[in-house]
Ligand binder design. Structure first.
Ligand code: 5GP
Length: 253
């Protein structure tokens, strides 16, 4: 098989040149990192789960008209995506206080916010992805005012969709991060959701028990990350549950 050209290797994914111009193959690694890569591990199966989960979320978003980069899944660890110029921002939407917001504002984790709050971080690992305001974004030209309007609208639509999908399977969407990219259709430029949507970039808590089903399991040493992600995938019907042997018909009251 011909060697593919590697375009970029990040902490959790590798990007290869795709088969057609304007396409990219996104490979999901098993590597997990936290605290700006100070904590690292290889978690067997994480890449496979995130490939499937990101496919599930991106496909659902496309079905409700939220444009995104996903084209098709190629195999267990790879998906074909549309190439996009990534806007150098991490867009975070929060429904409940947790993580850095709790620390910054002294809010107890799990406090419901009065409405979804959107934050922007400048994507730069060497600076630890600092929180920035729209003033910084405009002044440094990272995105135009029109882009910011589109980004806000995309972020809130993703939030509504993901919150609903998760709620239906007994999971609270506490917060999440997305990235967006610019694509060109002829003379027109538009923004689409890019990167990935997976438990690596969301906080997901079981509604009944509060159990964490996201990357905080790794960040805070709370157990098996693969078990947590598998639970999310199984509840969403993305991965089959192991069949329970049934020896006789069961009466349902
Ligand atoms: P926090 O700012 O509380 O650390 O993170 C808020 C949300 O954004 C969490 O769901 C977290 O997983 C996600 N997030 C923030 N920064 C990153 C990042 O650099 N990579 C990933 N995968 N997710 C992030």
């Amino acid at each position: 098989m011909a060697r593919r050209k590697k375009i970029y290797e990040g902490k959790a994914k590798i990007l290869y040149e795709g088969p057609e111009p304007g396409t990219i193959v996104q490979y999901f690694k098993d590597d997990a990192t936290a605290f700006n890569a100070e904590k690292k591990a290889v978690i067997e199966g994480k890449g496979v789960l995130n490939n499937r989960l990101s496919e599930f979320f991106m496909t659902g978003l496309a079905q409700i008209g939220v444009p995104n980069h996903f084209i098709k899944r190629l195999n267990m660890r790879e998906q074909l995506v549309r190439s996009a110029e990534i806007v150098p921002l991490e867009i975070i939407v929060r429904n409940y206080a947790a993580g850095t917001m709790s620390k910054r504002l002294g809010l107890e984790e799990g406090t419901q916010l009065p409405r979804p709050i959107v934050e922007y971080c400048y994507k730069d690992d060497s600076l630890g992805d600092p929180l920035v305001t729209e003033e910084h974004i405009a002044a440094f030209g990272w995105a135009s005012q029109q882009d910011m309007d589109d980004i806000l609208s995309l972020a809130l639509r993703v939030n509504d969709f993901l919150s609903g999908v998760m709620m239906a399977v007994g999971i609270r969407l506490v917060d999440f991060k997305i990235e967006v990219g610019r694509v060109y259709d002829g003379d027109f430029q538009r923004l689409i959701v890019a990167d990935e949507i997976s438990p690596d970039s969301c906080r997901l808590w079981d509604i009944e028990t509060g159990q964490k089903l996201d990357k905080d399991v790794f960040r805070r040493d709370l157990g098996s990350l693969t078990d947590a992600y598998t639970e999310v995938a199984q509840r969403l019907g993305v991965m089959p549950r192991k069949a329970t042997p049934v020896s006789k018909p069961t009466l349902i009251n």
